[in-house]
Design a protein around this ligand. Structure first.
Ligand code: DX5
Ligand code: ZN
Length: 229
């Protein structure tokens, strides 16, 4: 996984057919997805429940590229090893999920995984300054986490711009999660983001039986983002 700031599209399988995850992962990669984004929710840190480590391990053989696991759970530390063993390449934890994010990021790297730090829309970037040498990715939530299909929160674009300046030459990805569409992708790409998570905007109109719309959606988002650079 060589570092690059090229635009990467990471479909969130939260918008996939829940009876068909293996086939859905193969379909989005065949249609041009760069990473596969897995939204883990615990019904406690966020008001929704999704995937455990066993499910991640089960879909891993169906993903050729990067499995990007977004943990929206608290506590997070007791589960890091399980998601690492399940085959995640990137494990992202929320700054807001507990009092010891520094320890959490260390634990992720100790598992040999890329460490991601997610920030809710209401969280500022001051704390990030003290974590820059411990993170491989910063995820800016552009919706309140918990559900797909929500509206993009525009106030986060300035946050992305400030983060990009803070990161400087460090090899740290900026990921955007929530409400990414052909309309909003250019705003965050221009502000410095390189990984664009998109659930509803990628899966709309397609299915495992008819995957071509996934490719059209991925290409349209990528094109809109790249045109803004
Ligand atoms: C929200 C999740 C997102 C979400 C994105 O809690 O972290 O990954 O599924 O979905 P869309 O692209 O539909 O906003
Ligand atoms: Zn996510």
């Amino acid at each position: 996984m060589a570092f690059s700031r090229a635009i990467k599209i990471a479909p969130s399988i939260l918008s996939a057919d829940f009876a068909n995850f293996g086939a859905e992962c193969r379909a989005i990669e065949d249609q041009g997805a760069d990473w596969v984004h897995v939204d883990v929710m615990d019904g406690h840190f966020v008001p929704n429940l999704t995937f455990g480590p066993a499910m991640c391990a089960a879909i891993r053989p169906h993903i050729r590229g990067v499995m990007d696991v977004h943990l929206m759970i608290a506590p997070v530390d007791p589960y890091i090893e399980a998601y690492a063993k399940a085959g995640a390449d990137v494990i992202t934890a929320h700054l807001e999920a507990g009092p010891h994010i520094h320890r959490t990021l260390q634990a992720i790297r100790n598992e040999g995984k890329k460490a991601g730090l997610a920030l809710n829309p209401g969280t500022g970037i001051d704390a990030v300054a003290h974590l820059l040498d411990m993170v491989d990715l910063i995820c800016v939530m552009t919706v309140n986490p918990g559900f797909g299909g929500q509206k993009f929160i525009h106030s986060q674009v300035d946050k992305v711009r400030s983060l990009r300046a803070m990161i400087g030459d460090r090899p740290i990805h900026i990921e955007i999660d929530g409400g990414v569409t052909v309309e909003t992708a250019p705003l965050v790409a221009a502000a410095g983001a390189d990984v664009l998570v998109a659930g509803s905007a990628v899966f709309k109109g397609g299915s495992v039986a008819n995957p071509a719309p996934y490719g059209e959606n991925i290409r349209a988002i990528r094109k809109a983002a790249e045109a803004a650079l």
